[in-house]
Every structure is written in structure tokens, then in C-alpha cells.
Design a protein around this ligand. Structure first.
Ligand code: PEP
Ligand code: MN
Length: 337
């Protein structure tokens, strides 16, 4: 439930409510907006049944939250939140482009790509060091060696880096290098992994599971946030449907739905959504139109020899053209790119 405070509430009254709730063994989450102050309550609310909270000074009303996700819920935090990754802000009036190869293949490849994407306007570098591939015989990633190359690319370009983690062991290793953890579609419901990264303060890019509903996705975010890490950015990357013309089906409606249900920033990955380079440009534009906070785009210096996801990766010149074409679209929706 949430406790909505009166517009003229004072600090003492807020503290009284928080103490009462916490003394009954529940957790609180304070959100002070320009218009309204809200105290979100997480836990077994039956413990408060005899407290008559609505009669306390400064309390306007109590609103039940029926959804199982609370901290990720817009009712808990009525204004959109932003997540900072080093100097890069995701959400709010920013439109953030993360780009880079599907997999880190060599130091030269990642550094060359980092310089190219920065020149075109990307503000974060992506690259996979641990690759959860469909086949066990496909390239599985360079692991720590790849993370070192990513860190060098960050030193050379200043771009913050985002890398996928797939296990506890990879979290321990990647923690030393990355600015943002990526949880891939296949691990969206690996609750143990979500809890572990929830214990860190490192921002998290949480991709939607291949067959996850929006509510399941938001509950996955809740797993991370409930451990104390509220720096979560969602990423729509397509879901499995009966359609075979594309690798997955981009659920474009998920963006406005997320915006209605949650305060978390949400970006789109049109590459994994379609599996085909030709559709990346139009779907990037569509993503801006429906209110996304950014994009994740796979870029490879030479996609025809990429060790993974070449057909959906853009060469640097096409990525540059895409960024140039996206600028007027982002301006139109009032976002800085
Ligand atoms: C990726 O971003 O490289 C990736 C594997 O994506 P997803 O988890 O969305 O398939
Ligand atoms: Mn990929």
C-alpha cells in the first residue's frame, strides 16, 4: 500500500508515519515529489490493521497497491526516475544510445568500435564477454580477457561500459570492470542472480525474458530493487511469437505500458528483436515515438565476419547514418540525443 501525505505535511509528521510502520516490521520507501509526498509500504500490511494510520497528522489517504511489484511500481514513485551510469544519465529528457558488438572478439575490434560509436553519438559501449549462446558449440565469449579490453576501450574513449553477467562467478569478475551489469533475456528469471546483483550498487540493464509478461519483467526488477539496488533500466528486446519473419517480435506496446506501470527508464534493443539489420532503423524510430529512453544497438566493424549476431549488427557507417536520422525524431519528443 501507499500512504499519500497532505500537501502541507511537515517532516515530523512524515517521520512519525515512517517510525510507526517500521516499528511493526515493515519497510518504507519515501518519495517526495513536487506535488505529492508518498510513503510506500512493503511487507505484511495486516500487521498495521490496528494502527489507524489514516488518523495520523499529515496523512491524506491510504491507497492499496494490488500489483506484486512495489518498488518498481509507478504508484510508489509517481515521477519517472533516472539512472546514472558514471556521467551518463538514462531516463528523463535524455535519449541514450548504447552500442557495440554482440561479443568482444579482440582488443582491436572493441577499441575500433568504441571510437566509431562515440563519434556517431553513442554515450555507452556494450560488448559481451560471457555469451549465452543457443548452441554450446558457438563462441562463448572471452570472459575476463574481454572485460579487460572493454576497460581499455573505456579508458581510451571515456564511454561507460555495459556487459552481461550470467552467473555468480561472472558477477564477481565483472564487478571490478563494468559500469553497468546486463541481465540477458535468458536470465531474467534467474532470481538468485537478480538478488545477488541487487546487493551491489552497480546499475543494471534488465532485458525482458523471451517469454516473459510485462508483470513478470517488473517482478524481476523488483527482485533487484528489493535487495537495495534501485538503479534498474529495463530493455525490451522482443518476445517469442508465432511469427518467423523476424528472430523475435518487438513488443512496441510494452514501452507505453511500462511507462504507465513503472517509473523505471526503458530502452529498446531492435537488433535482438528482429535479428535483421534492415529493420533496426525503422524500429529505432518507432521506439522514440512510443517514449523509449534509449536504444541498444549492435555495431561491428565488419559484421560479415562477426563471431555472433552479424546479420543484426550494423557496420559503423550505417550506425552513423542511423544516429543522424534519429536526432530530429528525438527532438520532436523533447529528448536530447
Ligand atoms: C545481448 O545483448 O548480447 C544478448 C544476448 O541479448 P538477449 O539477452 O536480449 O538475447
Ligand atoms: Mn547479440
Amino acid at each position: 500500500m501507499i500512504i499519500v501525505m497532505k500537501p502541507d505535511v511537515n517532516k515530523q509528521q512524515i517521520n512519525n508515519v515512517i517510525s510507526l510502520v517500521e516499528n511493526h516490521g515493515l519497510k518504507t520507501h519515501l518519495s517526495c515529489g513536487d506535488q505529492v509526498t508518498i510513503i510506500g509500504v512493503v511487507g505484511d500490511k495486516s500487521k498495521l490493521s490496528k494502527c489507524n494510520i489514516e488518523l495520523l497528522g499529515g496523512v491524506e489517504k491510504i491507497v492499496p497497491v494490488t500489483e506484486s511489484y512495489k518498488l518498481a511500481n509507478k504508484k510508489f514513485h509517481t515521477t519517472s526516475s533516472t539512472v546514472k551510469v558514471r556521467d551518463v544519465v538514462i531516463g528523463g529528457d535524455q535519449f541514450t544510445i548504447m552500442a557495440g558488438p554482440c561479443a568482444i572478439e579482440s582488443e582491436k575490434q572493441i577499441i575500433e568500435t568504441a571510437h566509431a560509436i562515440k563519434k556517431s553519438g553513442a554515450t555507452m559501449l556494450r560488448g559481451g564477454a560471457y555469451k549465452p549462446r543457443t548452441s554450446p558449440y558457438s563462441f562463448q565469449g572471452l570472459e575476463e580477457e574481454g572485460l579487460k579490453y572493454m576497460a581499455t576501450a573505456r579508458e581510451e574513449t571515456g564511454l561507460p561500459i555495459v556487459c552481461e553477467v550470467i552467473s555468480l562467478q561472472s558477477v564477481e569478475t565483472a564487478y571490478k570492470y563494468v559500469d553497468m551489469f546486463q541481465i540477458g533475456a535468458r536470465n531474467m528469471q534467474n532470481f538468485y542472480l537478480l538478488k545477488e546483483i541487487g546487493k551491489t550498487k552497480t546499475p543494471v540493464l534488465l532485458k525482458r525474458g523471451l517469454s516473459a509478461t510485462i508483470d513478470e519483467w517488473l517482478n524481476a526488477a523488483e527482485y533487484i530493487m528489493s535487495e537495495g539496488n534501485e538503479n534498474v533500466v529495463l530493455c525490451e528486446r522482443g518476445i517469442r511469437t508465432f511469427e518467423t519473419a523476424t528472430r523475435n517480435t518487438l513488443d512496441i506496446s510494452a514501452i507505453p505500458i511500462i511507462k504507465q506501470k513503472s517509473h523505471l527508464p526503458v530502452i529498446v534493443d531492435p537488433c535482438h528483436a528482429t535479428g535483421k539489420r534492415a529493420y533496426v532503423n525503422p524500429l529505432s524510430k518507432a521506439s522514440i515515438a512510443v517514449g523509449a529512453d534509449g536504444l541498444m544497438i549492435e555495431v561491428h566493424p565488419n559484421p560479415s565476419v562477426a563471431l555472433s549476431d552479424g546479420p543484426q549488427s550494423l557496420p559503423p557507417d550505417e550506425f552513423d547514418k542511423l544516429c543522424n536520422e534519429l536526432r530530429p525524431f528525438s527532438k520532436l519528443v523533447g529528448k536530447n540525443l
